[in-house]
Design a protein around this ligand. Structure first.
Ligand code: NI
Ligand code: MN
Length: 238
């Protein structure tokens, strides 16, 4: 299914992807202060592309230092790209919902997400960060990955399935701040996706959803779904 793409879970909503062409991508960089990220994976080395779904700290915390260290291109909405520019990040690729862009060997589409988005500066100032999004990544092999970002379920996940047909969905299941396992199972059904990885749970006390509950819900709601529960540091490569 993955066509040579390697996907490593770094905990919470953070993933590291190595493409078949050896490009290095990170989605929602939250590493230094991420309690789930194994210490040996907090240093990421070379990076080509950084994707940011929205402005909350648990998705953007390491974007500025990583972009500065690596020169990677940051893909995010218009407002976040502007904010990154004020922090000295030079290579940004603004992408709003509905837009598709070719970044290296990967075709990236920003899709809807129902959530909030703001950036809190160190002095406590809250900055408007535009609308949150999810991303569809289409790799050279044709493999398609959907990172849902932080979101509730919404009916147009069916449309995302129809238009983009992802092979694998990374779905938040933590409940309270994002989808519950029940909603995430219905999300998988609407997307028509065959494979899913539950994410964004257990990191903080207010994300009580569990992968066991997600699997249980999926058995009746999306019976054909194959659930891959990944431990932080684990890699999916076939
Ligand atoms: Ni969030
Ligand atoms: Mn979050």
């Amino acid at each position: 299914m993955l066509g040579g793409t390697r996907i490593t879970y770094l905990g919470h909503a953070t993933f590291r992807i190595t493409t078949a062409g050896d490009e290095q991508i990170i989605i929602d960089p939250f590493l230094a202060d991420n309690p789930q990220t194994p210490d040996e994976l907090k240093q990421v080395g070379e990076l080509d592309t950084i994707l940011v779904t929205h402005g909350h700290f648990d998705h953007i915390a390491d974007a500025v230092p990583l972009a500065q260290q690596t020169g990677a291109t940051v893909v995010a909405n218009f407002e976040i790209c502007n904010w990154l520019g004020t922090k000295g990040v030079e290579n940004t690729f603004p992408l709003n919902k509905g837009g598709t862009g070719q970044v290296g060997g990967v075709k990236i589409t920003a899709v809807n997400a129902h959530h909030a988005s703001s950036i809190t500066e160190e002095d406590g100032t809250v900055i408007y960060a535009g609308e949150p999004c999810g991303f569809i990544l289409e790799f050279e092999s044709g493999f398609k990955l959907y990172h849902a970002g932080d979101t509730s379920i919404f009916g147009d996940m069916r449309l995302i399935g129809e238009l983009y047909g992802p092979d694998l969905a990374l779905l938040p299941i933590g409940d309270r701040l994002v989808m519950s396992p029940f909603e995430a199972a219905h999300a998988a059904r609407l997307l028509g996706v065959r494979h899913a990885v539950p994410i964004h749970y257990g990191t903080f006390p207010f994300l009580p959803g569990t992968p066991e509950e997600f699997k249980k819900q999926a058995q009746s709601i999306a019976p054909d779904l194959i659930v891959h529960v990944m431990k932080p540091g684990e890699e999916l490569s076939s």
